[in-house]
Design a protein around this ligand. Structure first.
Ligand code: PGA
Length: 256
């Protein structure tokens, strides 16, 4: 039994419609609401947050957003602020590699988003991970340490803070990391958290693996001691596959 409650989050990315979002919520209510010992989070596109919040109300499944801006309000066309989210969800993904790659986000903007989200009482899922080129060049450790240090600069993490280790080369590629590779990177991240915040907060932090997780390989990741759950993209859009992932996380890591 793990000391930390594992957390499995569904990142729907830019998928679903009003109808399919509602159907997915209904299916998940039936299949994972009763699974204990693992925290379950669904992160739909912004426009479906209210719908998903309502569809999952009264269940054990929590809701998260996929990003947040750092300003509270103002003339920022197209942006969504922390107070807007805190009425609709508990979690928010920050610093996802697709945001970094396609929308110019950096360690510094992740840091601003993290500060604003935490000040509003939202729980961030802070994403980091190296690219294939960085790994091939032997720079994985340097990159992860930089992302942790700069992303968390000036921040006191709360107990149970969530980090997602997502190697960019494994995201959406169908080529996951191995359990061993992910465990090693996550151990490194936890050691860095310990040096920044002390052993207690580092031991309580939940560090997920993300990148081509599916119903078959989830077991390999959950068997590793340092991995506290998963951030799931593509496979989270299929209710039966996401159900298997949650059930496996509970079976292998659950605190219930
Ligand atoms: P994937 O995405 O499971 O489709 O690889 C994971 C993520 O980007 O969070």
């Amino acid at each position: 039994m793990s000391r930390r409650t594992p957390i499995v989050a569904a990142n729907w990315k830019m998928h679903t419609t009003v109808r399919t979002a509602a159907e997915l919520c209904q299916a998940l209510r039936e299949s994972i609401d009763e699974v204990r010992g693992v925290e379950k989070v669904v992160c739909p596109p912004f426009v479906f947050l209210a719908l998903v919040q309502q569809a999952l109300a009264g269940s054990s499944i929590k809701v998260g957003a996929q990003n947040v801006f750092w300003e509270e309000k103002g003339a920022f066309t197209g942006e969504i602020s922390p107070p807007m989210l805190s009425d609709l969800c508990e979690y928010v993904i920050i610093g996802h590699s697709e945001r970094r790659k396609y929308f110019g986000e950096t360690d510094e903007t992740a840091n601003r988003r993290l500060k604003a989200a935490l000040a509003e009482g939202l729980h961030p899922i802070f994403c980091i991970g190296e690219t294939a080129e960085e790994r091939q060049a032997g720079r994985t450790e340097e990159v992860l340490l930089r992302q942790v240090r700069q992303g968390l600069a000036g921040i006191e993490i709360p107990l149970g803070f969530v980090v997602a280790y997502e190697p960019v080369w494994a995201i959406g590629t169908g080529v996951p990391a191995t359990g061993e590779i992910a465990n090693e990177a996550i151990a490194l991240i936890r050691r860095e958290l310990a040096s920044l915040y002390g052993g207690q907060l580092a031991e309580a932090a939940r560090i997920q693996y993300g990148g081509s997780v599916d119903g078959v390989n989830i077991g390999e990741f959950m068997a590793e001691p340092e991995i506290d759950g998963a951030l799931v993209g593509g496979a989270s859009l299929k209710a039966d596959v996401f159900t298997t992932i949650v059930a496996e996380a509970a079976r292998l890591k659950g605190t219930a």
